[in-house]
Design a protein around this ligand. Structure first.
Ligand SMILES: O=C(O)CCC(=O)C(=O)O
Ligand SMILES: [Fe+2]
Length: 345
């Protein structure tokens, strides 16, 4: 890589050639879109098809008021507009994973973004260690910027609403797998969900960097609210191409996380996605990561395995998995992050 590009954005952000958003990945399929699901009108069959074919869909008619969504969006915009020294007062650190952060790594390359993470209900519990026999947990508390009086309220309202929608959606997904509606709810009784405010600043070299490098979400479900700028790209299951997701006002982009992949024994897959950035407009997105309770042992559901379709994964503990991932995103450990395929039988 030339000295010039490095000078523009810094070496740590530069993607290896094969992962750059080069014209090789340019959109050719103008009329293809990820499917749309109506939370109250779509059938279990439509949900099944969307999850199987894409792992991604736009969720409409979710019932969250427009003003609530606008509220969290403007709160996020105010936060990211603060001077960096103010934002750093609520920085996440090696001990507490909640708060502001602008040095995240995906596959050990820096993402062109700033984030603010918070827990929907003020605290999050994580295992104290990675030792499988250690049952001790640690509790982490949100950090809120003092100078924005409405920020916290807007964030909490968004989290509550997104959580309600996620629970409803979980029922639809259970039904689409042929399970009783409430079959999966028990795993979320003390859910360790998390919300992330993402800000992708304008980038002077958008052909070399990514807002978020290619990855799969490791939790249960992700519900993402985004502004109208665009940048999210989804890996198509049919031809491996990157498909840009067209922003739709007030819709959520939903994707199936790795836990649903394991529960369903690969009937549904957690699909790869990434975020491209641009030179002229900063983008914001607000994913709600709907994650089970930290003590949940994840394995293919008994009802979905059989002699002909034996379990494809060994059981793992969700809290420990999450903790190990969080440690890897924080510092460059020089190795690949923990992934569900490490538990493949
Ligand atoms: O900003 C986006 O559109 C996607 C963000 C994302 O994939 C993530 O934070 O896991
Ligand atoms: Fe993601």
């Amino acid at each position: 890589m030339g000295v010039e590009a490095e000078a523009k954005i810094g070496a740590g952000f530069i993607q290896s050639e094969e992962h750059r958003p080069t014209p090789k990945w340019k959109r050719v399929d103008e009329d293809v879109e990820i499917p749309t699901i109506d939370l109250y009108k779509s059938s279990a069959e439509e949900v099944e098809k969307a999850c199987k074919d894409w792992g991604f869909f736009q969720l409409i008619n979710h019932g969250i008021p427009h003003d609530l969504l606008r509220g969290v969006e403007s709160a996020a915009a105010e936060f990211f507009a603060l001077p960096v020294e103010e934002k750093r007062k609520v920085s996440r650190d090696a001990l507490n994973p909640l708060g502001y952060f602008d040095t995240e790594l995906t596959k050990n390359v820096r993402d062109w973004k700033e984030v603010f993470d918070y827990a929907p209900r003020e605290t999050i519990q994580l295992p104290a260690s990675l030792n499988p026999h250690d049952r001790l947990t640690e509790t982490f508390t949100n950090r809120w910027p003092r100078q924005l009086p409405h920020f916290r309220e807007a964030c909490v309202a968004y989290a509550e609403a997104a959580r309600e929608v996620s629970l409803k959606l979980l029922e639809l997904i259970a039904r689409s797998l042929g399970l009783p509606d409430k079959r999966l709810n028990e795993y979320f009784s003390d859910d360790m969900s998390r919300v992330r405010l993402n800000c992708y600043p304008e980038c002077p070299a958008p052909e070399l960097a990514l807002g978020v490098g290619r990855h799969k979400d490791s939790g249960g479900l992700t519900l993402l609210y985004q502004d109208q700028v665009g940048g999210l790209q989804v890996r198509r299951k049919d031809n491996g191409q990157w498909l840009p997701v067209q922003p739709r006002p007030d819709a959520f982009v939903v994707n199936v996380g790795a836990i649903i992949q394991v529960w369903s024994n690969d009937r549904y897959e957690s699909v790869e996605h990434r975020v491209v950035v641009n030179e002229t407009r900063r983008r914001m997105s607000i994913p709600f990561f709907f994650n089970p309770s930290q003590d949940v042992m994840v394995k293919p559901l008994q009802e979905l395995v059989s002699e002909e379709n034996p379990p494809k994964y060994r059981e793992y503990n969700w809290g420990k998995f999450y903790k190990q991932r969080a440690d890897g995103n924080f510092k460059n450990l020089g190795v690949e992050n923990l992934q569900i395929y490490h538990f493949r039988i």
